[in-house]
Design a protein around this ligand. Sequence first.
Ligand SMILES: Nc1ncnc2c1ncn2[C@@H]1O[C@H](COP(=O)(O)OP(=O)(O)OP(=O)(O)O)[C@@H](O)[C@H]1O
Length: 235
Amino acid sequence: MTTGTGNEQHIIEAREVVLSFGQTPALRGANVAVDAGEIIAIMGPSGSGKSTLLHCLAGILVPDSGEIHFDGSRVDTRTETERSTLRRDHFGFVFQFGQLVPELTAEENVALPLLLAGTRRNDALREARLWFERLGLDGLERRRSGELSGGQAQRVALARGLVARPKILFADEPTGSLDTLTGEQVMELLVAAAREQGTTVVIVTHEARVAASADRHIMVRDGKVTSLVPDRVPS
Ligand SMILES: Nc1ncnc2c1ncn2[C@@H]1O[C@H](COP(=O)(O)OP(=O)(O)OP(=O)(O)O)[C@@H](O)[C@H]1O
């Protein structure tokens, strides 16, 4: 593992990242650097490479060339097992669809990251339950995903993404399956909870309103990040 080559002030960084799926280029030299505690929105047209960039930053995909740095050390040079451990210990995830395990109750779904990290079941469930009141999910602890509305299921997924207090929350279109109002509420909860616990957030979204909740947004076009100059969202 290579260490100590990243800029220490950035918690996560992609440098000249190139990745193709077969003949299809997805990233063609993408650069982005995110500060600790920052909430950054990745925007851009469909197929421009947003999700691929998020997956590279999160250590899910390994670039063909270029570098990913997390907390001052290289991620892309690590083995699959090392990257999996990194994700489990430091990253949380929220995606657009189908994230909850249907056989588990809502509280068991939220507790999952803690259980995977070795927390005792009772402690994990106690910690998980704290999120239900906080996210307006009181009384839904024992429901299964089929018994939740889309907005409720996304809030459960959000709780699961944050319960282990990850350093970074990666969110790929977390409001994409929701109506505008429900999506705004989920986004408000996401931003408030992330700020409260100092979690850095990298969020892929099509929606300008979602991006407006972020501290900064970047544009991905044809596999490149086009706005490298800090582009602060006006408050
Ligand atoms: N697993 C895959 N296999 C083959 N091609 C893929 C795969 N994933 C993405 N691609 C291609 O890579 C390019 C970038 O895709 P990506 O999903 O990163 O774009 P995106 O900006 O997130 O798109 P969208 O907004 O539509 O989700 C596209 O041309 C896409 O078709």
